[in-house]
Every structure is written in structure tokens, then in C-alpha cells.
Design a protein around this ligand. Structure first.
Ligand code: ADE
Length: 225
């Protein structure tokens, strides 16, 4: 998978990919990540990337020219499966969407800032818009990092224990059951006995029941979908 990330603030997105699992996925070439600074593509002498909103609305708008030039350059080099725009006014990201994206070859992710990008970029180049939740961030970078992290860990081979992605919260529409490690007794706080029994069938039943119980308590709407 190749991801081209388009941003005005490359430093914000570099750190999340320089550690742990995602760093390893990049080193092992499960994923290629290219971070492009949109400002490098501005052609005017002030290297402008934004301008006032027509109609007098508050805030600046990211202008077409540098984004268009960058997108056209990338598109001339290869085909892209999706050109994604991170924005709060979009469908909210979930595990199903992460699964879908993890099967793609080449994607572009555009991060908005200020009041967002000129609508014509969205109308003519963007093929998918993603919000990570009903709240507004200062820009799309952290949202893009969330999406990339959740997608990259689903690429086969990235997780050392391949089954662990299959037992994630949400992978079967339910929240995960609790987990425990040694010691089995910490100052009288004991691990549920069933987990020490070695009875795999009973343990799986217990996990399924706990998943259901926790989902019902914390996120009952997931059971209605
Ligand atoms: N940019 C600003 N807020 C955002 C959000 N909630 N999701 C995606 N991109 C955003």
C-alpha cells in the first residue's frame, strides 16, 4: 500500500509514524508513506496557500492552485484508488471503513486547515471524505494519523500475531472482553477463575458473554445496528 499525505504541517504527522508498529510496517515495506508539504507547490512569490472566503465568511480558505498541482503531479505518476479529504463534515470513520481502506493499493489523503479547502477541490478531485468524530480539530493531520494507524495495522503481516486484529473491538461489531496477565492474584484482586481453567470452549463462551455484556452496558446502539 502506498499513502501520499498532503499537508501544510508535515511535522504534525511525522511523529505517529516513527514509533512502534507503524514504524515497523514502513521499514518492512508493508506500507509506503510519502508526506508532501502543500506549500512547496505554491507558485506565487509569497508561497501563499490560503485566501479570504468569498461572501465575507470568517476564516481563510485553502486555495485550489497548490493542491491541484500536487494532486495532478501524483495522478500523472500512478493511478489512485481513492483521494480522501479529512473533514468534520463527512461520514464518521469506523472499523468497516478501516477494513475497506486496508485493501487498497494507492491512496491520497488531503488534510484541511483553517476553514478548509475550496469546495471545487472537493467537487472535482476528492473521491471520499472522512470525519473521525463529531468534534472539530485544528486540522486534518491528527485525523489522518488516526485513519492511517487503524488501516495499516490491518494489512496482513503487520501485526505479529495475525489473529489479534480479528479479535479487536468492533471487528465483530462488539466491544472486546477484559484481558488479564500475571500475577493471578494481586493483593486479593483475582483473575476470573474460568481463564485459569484451561477449558478453551468455556473460556471462549465467557469472552463472548463478556463482550455482549460490556457492549450492552457501554454502547447499546451497536447491538441495534
Ligand atoms: N478536521 C478537523 N476536524 C476533523 C474531524 N473531526 N475529522 C476529520 N478531519 C477533521
Amino acid at each position: 500500500m502506498r499513502i501520499d499525505l498532503l499537508t501544510l504541517f508535515p511535522e504534525i504527522v511525522e511523529s505517529p509514524f516513527s514509533h512502534s508498529m507503524i514504524k515497523r510496517a514502513i521499514e518492512k515495506e508493508y506500507v509506503e508513506l510519502f508526506i508532501h508539504n502543500i506549500r512547496d507547490y505554491s507558485t506565487d512569490k509569497h508561497r501563499s496557500v490560503d485566501d479570504y472566503a468569498f461572501g465575507g465568511a470568517a476564516g481563510m480558505v485553502m486555495m485550489i492552485q497548490p493542491i491541484e498541482d500536487l494532486i495532478l503531479k501524483l495522478k500523472s505518476e500512478r493511478d489512485y484508488d481513492e483521494i480522501i479529504y479529512m473533514t468534520p463534515d463527512a461520514k464518521v470513520f469506523d472499523q468497516k471503513e478501516a477494513n475497506n481502506l486496508s485493501m487498497l493499493q494507492n491512496i491520497i489523503i488531503l488534510c484541511g486547515h483553517y476553514k478548509g479547502v475550496d469546495q471545487r477541490i472537493r467537487d472535482h478531485y476528492i473521491t471520499k471524505e472522512i470525519s473521525i468524530g463529531d468534534y472539530v480539530l485544528t486540522g486534518g493531520e491528527l485525523a489522518a494519523a488516526v485513519v492511517i494507524d487503524s488501516v495499516v495495522r490491518l494489512i496482513p503481516g503487520v501485526l505479529s500475531d495475525e489473529t489479534s486484529a480479528l479479535t479487536d473491538s468492533f471487528q465483530d461489531g462488539l466491544l472486546s472482553p477484559p484481558v488479564y496477565t500475571r500475577p493471578a492474584n494481586h493483593n486479593g484482586w483475582v483473575v476470573p477463575e474460568i481463564l485459569l481453567s484451561g477449558n478453551e470452549k468455556k473460556i471462549n463462551e465467557w469472552r463472548e458473554n463478556m463482550s455482549m455484556e460490556i457492549t450492552r452496558k457501554v454502547r447499546p446502539e451497536l447491538l441495534e445496528e
